[in-house]
Design a protein. Structure first.
Length: 122
C-alpha cells in the first residue's frame, strides 16, 4: 500500500517511536522541560492511538473506546480482542508498524556466526 506524500502542516509520527516515548515528549514539553509545541506533541499521541486502533481493527478487535487513565490522566485505547470478551488495553502497534522484512531475509544465515567463516563465492 502506498501512502500519499507529506504536505506542509501534516503531523508526522516517526516510525518506530513507541506511544510511551510520545507521551514522555508531550509531558516534557507541557512541563517546560523541553522545547516544542505541546499541541503538535499531543496530536502525535492521537495519531499513534489511531494507528493502534487501525492495527487492532485489522486483527479483529472491536468495541473501541478512548478513556483517560484514572479519569484525568493519559488517554488509553481499549477494545475487545474477540467477540464476547471484555475490553482491555490495545497494545501499541509499533512492533507491527516497522518496515516489512524483505523476501528471504528472516535473519537466519545473513551473518556468519562467531567462529565460523562466511561461505559463498569469493
Amino acid at each position: 500500500m502506498m501512502e500519499r506524500a507529506t504536505f506542509p502542516g501534516d503531523i508526522v509520527v516517526a516510525d518506530g517511536l513507541p506511544l510511551e516515548r510520545l507521551y514522555a515528549r508531550f509531558d516534557a514539553i507541557a512541563r517546560g522541560r523541553a522545547p516544542g509545541n505541546s499541541s503538535a506533541a499531543h496530536q502525535s499521541v492521537i495519531e499513534r492511538l489511531a494507528a493502534n486502533q487501525r492495527r487492532a481493527d485489522a486483527l479483529g478487535w472491536t468495541e473501541f473506546v478512548l478513556e483517560r487513565a484514572g479519569g484525568s490522566g493519559r488517554l488509553e485505547l481499549r477494545g475487545a480482542p474477540a467477540p464476547g470478551r471484555d475490553r482491555e488495553l490495545v497494545p501499541d502497534a509499533i512492533p507491527y508498524d516497522g518496515p516489512e522484512p524483505t523476501i528471504g531475509s528472516d535473519g537466519e544465515g545473513d551473518l556468519p556466526h562467531e567462529g565460523k567463516a562466511a561461505s559463498g563465492p569469493t
